[in-house]
Structure formats: structure tokens, C-alpha cells
Design a protein around this ligand. Structure first.
Ligand code: SF4
Length: 307
């Protein structure tokens, strides 16, 4: 498809994610500096860890611990698949299949294929959850996922193989010989190392902390590949709007500071039994403590906007 045939939403994606003429990558010395900064600041924490009990830092744990420590502690080991949180995974699988599909396919058929494949996958994932759904629940999930996939298909230009699209790509960085791990799973990446665009797809609205998630992805990609990505984008399928940030040394340093603070907080809370602090925010809406936490209840009663 030529650019002339793109609809306005697709054209906007091309405009905000395309590589501008004359774009120059960050010098690789930036990655060395960022790694030094991270390892120097985390060395005292690493000294308290052992290889049989390393510390794992993910986007989810960072987000939760920086959002509200009490929420973080209450959410440990409490993850459950639901129709609402699995629909994004089904949509990502449908996108992955669509990238490599030959010939025309209807979104409903693609989503059904995605559901079948996820159900058959043996790795950690929603396989069991999908397998035990009733016919009605499966139909509801299919309907949500078709809606998301259709929005994706309408808003994104057809992904060419030459853009090197990859969905649900996981990456891991091992620090101090396996004492601290940083891990990510990115919804969609375009481009190769050194000029990668990292995209987080959201079914709903864009929140301020989504930028922090992407900065963490950028840090992990930089440390893993030795080359910083080019651009970061949170894309709301609901509003067909992208929040885009160029990767700079400042962006990576901001992620470094957040990882340092987050890793120390996770250690203190989970290994040293430090009292968690309360911090009300958007996270109160899905916090398991929201019915008993006065701080959270008052915050939710007041109402808030964070878009
Ligand atoms: S309801 Fe809000 S303030 Fe209370 S623990 Fe949960 S996230 Fe924290």
C-alpha cells in the first residue's frame, strides 16, 4: 500500500514513527555511561544479594512499587487472568499472526486462530485460563479482541516485513553476574537494533506513567543490545492517539534513577520487611486493598483526571 492510500489515522502513525531525514543515532558511549551509572548506584544493593535469591525488576514491579508500596505488597503473587486483561494478549497474538499471514483474512478468523494458538501454548501464559472458559465467556473474549484488533488494523499502516515488526518481544539484562535481573516484554517493536521504535499498545487511555514504562524498555534494550532505540510510543487504540518520545541520554538516565529507587524499595519491602507507604493515585482503581484502604477510598470518591 502506498502512503497515498493510508487513512488519516494510519498516516499519523507513519508521520510520528517514521525516521526523519538526517536522523543521527545516539553515540554508543551513552550506553556505557548509563551502565556505569546504574552499576555504581546498585552495587551496595547487589552486595546484599546472593545468586540463589536474585532480585527481579520488571515493568510491572517498578510501576506498582513507585505507584503505591502497599499496593505493590498486596499484589505480590496475586496475578490472575481475567477476560479483561487477557484480551490484549489475544490481540497481540492476532497482530503477530497477521504480520506473517499470506492473503486476506477477517479479524474474527484471525482472533479465533490466536485464541487456539494461545490455548495450545505450553509456556507460562493464559493457556489454562482460555481452555476453561465457557462458550459464552469465550464469545465475549473473542468480541473484545476483535474490537481491539480491528482498531489496530484501522489505525496502523500495514506492517511491512522490511520494518522488522516483532510482537511480544521479551528481553532480559543480567547485572552483577546474575544478582539483579531487569526484564521486559514489549508489545510491538519496529526496526533493528540502533534505530528501533518501541511501541506499547493500550486498549484504553494514556496515563502519565506509560512514558516511564517505555523509558524502562529503552534502558533494557540499550543495555541488552549496546545500542539505544530511536523512539518510544504509547498508542491508545481507543483514541487513535500516540504519545511519542525521542530516546535521549536524559531519557535513559531518568530510567536509571527509577530502576535504582525501585530496586532498593522492592528489596527493602520484600526482604527487610520495611513498612510500605501509601500513595493514592490512578492505581487505587485496581488495587486489591481499595475496599478497605481509607486513603484510596477518599481519593476515588474525589474523582480525578490523569490523561
Ligand atoms: S487503595 Fe490506593 S492508596 Fe490504598 S493501598 Fe491501594 S493503591 Fe495504595
Amino acid at each position: 500500500m502506498s502512503n497515498q492510500e493510508l487513512n488519516p489515522m494510519q498516516q499519523q502513525v507513519v508521520d510520528v514513527l517514521g525516521k526523519p531525514a538526517g536522523w543521527v543515532p545516539l553515540p554508543l558511549t551513552v550506553v556505557t555511561a548509563v551502565r556505569d551509572q546504574l552499576e555504581t548506584a546498585l552495587a551496595p544493593l547487589a552486595a546484599k544479594l546472593s545468586p540463589d535469591q536474585p532480585l527481579y525488576v520488571s515493568k510491572g514491579s517498578l510501576n506498582t512499587v513507585h505507584g503505591c508500596e502497599a499496593h505493590f505488597m498486596a499484589s505480590l503473587d496475586s496475578f490472575e487472568w481475567t477476560i479483561s486483561n487477557v484480551r490484549g494478549t489475544v490481540m497481540h497474538k492476532a497482530v503477530e499472526l497477521a504480520i506473517n499471514w499470506r492473503g486476506h483474512i477477517e479479524p474474527a478468523d484471525l482472533v479465533e486462530e490466536a485464541l487456539t494458538r494461545l490455548e495450545d501454548e505450553q509456556s507460562r501464559g493464559p493457556s489454562e485460563f482460555i481452555a476453561q472458559l465457557s462458550s459464552g465467556e469465550r464469545a465475549q473474549l473473542r468480541s473484545y479482541a476483535v474490537d481491539l484488533y480491528t482498531k489496530f488494523e484501522e489505525s496502523f499502516p500495514p506492517l511491512k516485513a522490511s520494518w522488522r515488526p516483532v510482537t511480544e518481544s521479551s528481553a532480559r539484562v543480567e547485572l552483577f553476574g546474575g544478582l539483579i535481573f531487569l526484564s521486559t516484554r514489549v508489545d510491538l517493536t519496529l526496526g533493528g537494533p540502533g534505530s528501533k521504535v518501541i511501541i506499547d499498545l493500550k486498549s484504553g487511555r494514556i496515563y502519565s506513567n506509560h512514558r516511564e514504562d517505555l523509558r524502562f524498555y529503552a534502558l533494557v534494550e540499550s543495555l541488552r543490545s549496546g545500542q539505544p532505540p530511536r523512539r518510544l510510543a504509547t498508542y491508545s487504540l481507543e483514541s487513535a492517539r500516540a504519545d511519542v518520545e525521542e530516546v535521549s541520554e536524559g531519557v535513559l538516565q531518568s530510567a536509571v534513577r527509577r530502576v535504582i529507587d525501585g530496586a532498593n524499595a522492592i528489596y527493602e519491602l520484600t526482604r527487610e520487611s520495611r513498612e510500605p507507604q501509601l500513595n493514592a493515585g490512578a492505581q487505587c482503581r485496581w488495587c486489591p486493598l481499595k475496599n478497605n484502604c481509607e486513603t484510596g477510598k477518599q481519593f476515588l470518591e474525589r474523582g480525578f483526571e490523569d490523561d
